[in-house]
Design a protein around this ligand. Structure first.
Ligand code: FRU
Length: 322
């Protein structure tokens, strides 16, 4: 079974419930909480596009931690293993289970739009995280502004390279909105400069794909000044390819995500020149679920901020994007 059930352990600002105490339940299997209140326990179905990438593991951990503050929330975590059809059926399953809310971080925009709309029309609040779907048949979308992040990365490279140079762009999956937006923003950021994107490829957010594409870029281009990868695993894959070719010192590597134990650490180690934070939104998703369950109205879109980390500011915790 590829899903986990987890039940919150502490009653903090719960949905008006007189709960007392609580004991944690292990991950995996169907958990019950002996000290659970007699009142309703709310079940949240969480469909994660994959748990193979550190950023998504972090998102689930953020959701778990935030839900853990509330004894009356139970979260069912499902891993779609980067399979769109599997993710569609997970949403269908949540609908037939009649969960109280769904949180979903979709793999792809278009194919997930329909099942999410179906859940929403069935009266289940749906919080969409990170990768947007089409239309407006969901309760709330939470994510950072990927055009802005891409633009900031472009402007940062423009300044750092002195307005000119040869760049490789390793793009996130182009059927997912962040990949499209991070490309668009970047091109805006370098507009008017003499920066030439001499090689671009869709590495589908995956480090091994990025490494493979970078190997092609290295054979084709005699000189590369920088690699802009749409996520830190992609930047790391590119770095590994360049290092294997003995060319890593020739160029700068820029990524996105900035997890403390991934991108930020790479900046500290000097492997990445910069990374731009992409917050998971896990904590905010639980905040929104609680509001909706209390009958409060919520914003349709919640846009999260971002920070840039470079060798000069990383020890001070990076700098917020304006
Ligand atoms: C993880 C990931 C992150 C990226 C996000 C974009 O699957 O690739 O690295 O920032 O998805 O949706």
């Amino acid at each position: 079974m590829n899903w986990q059930v987890w039940l919150g352990t502490a009653a903090v600002g719960a949905i008006a419930m007189g709960c007392s105490g609580g004991s944690s339940s292990p991950e995996g299997g169907s958990a019950t909480n002996n000290a659970a209140p007699a009142d309703k326990i709310y079940t949240i179905g969480m469909s994660q596009c994959n748990r193979g990438e550190p950023w998504r593991v972090q998102m689930d951990a953020d959701i778990k931690a935030a839900a853990g503050e509330h004894l009356n929330l139970k979260v069912i975590f499902k891993d779609a293993q980067n399979d769109t059809l599997k993710q569609r059926s997970q949403i269908e399953e949540f609908i037939s289970q009649k969960v109280d809310a769904i949180i979903v971080s979709p793999k792809e925009s278009q194919p997930l739009t329909e099942p999410i709309a179906k859940a929403y029309e069935a009266g289940i609040p749906v919080i969409v995280l990170d990768r947007a779907v089409m239309g407006d048949k969901f309760t709330c979308f939470i994510g950072a502004d990927n055009v802005k992040i891409g633009r900031a990365a472009g402007e940062w490279l423009k300044t750092t390279l002195g307005g000119k140079g040869t760049v490789v762009e390793l793009k996130g999956l182009q059927t997912s909105q962040p990949g499209i937006d991070r490309n668009k923003g970047f091109r805006e950021g370098i507009a008017g400069s003499e920066i030439n994107v001499a090689f671009e490829a869709d590495m589908k957010w995956l480090e091994p794909e990025a490494r493979k594409e970078m190997e092609s870029a290295l054979t084709r281009l005699p000189k590369i000044d920088a690699v802009y990868a749409h996520n830190d695993p992609g930047a790391h894959g590119a770095y590994l390819a360049a290092k294997a070719a003995g060319r890593d010192k020739e160029m700068l590597f820029v990524g996105i995500d900035a997890l403390p134990h991934e991108g930020v650490m790479y900046v500290k180690n000097g492997l990445l020149a910069s990374t731009f934070q992409y917050p998971t939104g896990g904590k905010e998703a639980i905040e929104v679920v609680l509001k909706v369950l209390k009958g409060e109205t919520v914003e349709k879109t919640i846009t999260l901020g971002s920070r840039v980390f470079t060798k000069d500011n990383v020890d001070a915790g990076g700098e917020a994007l304006p």
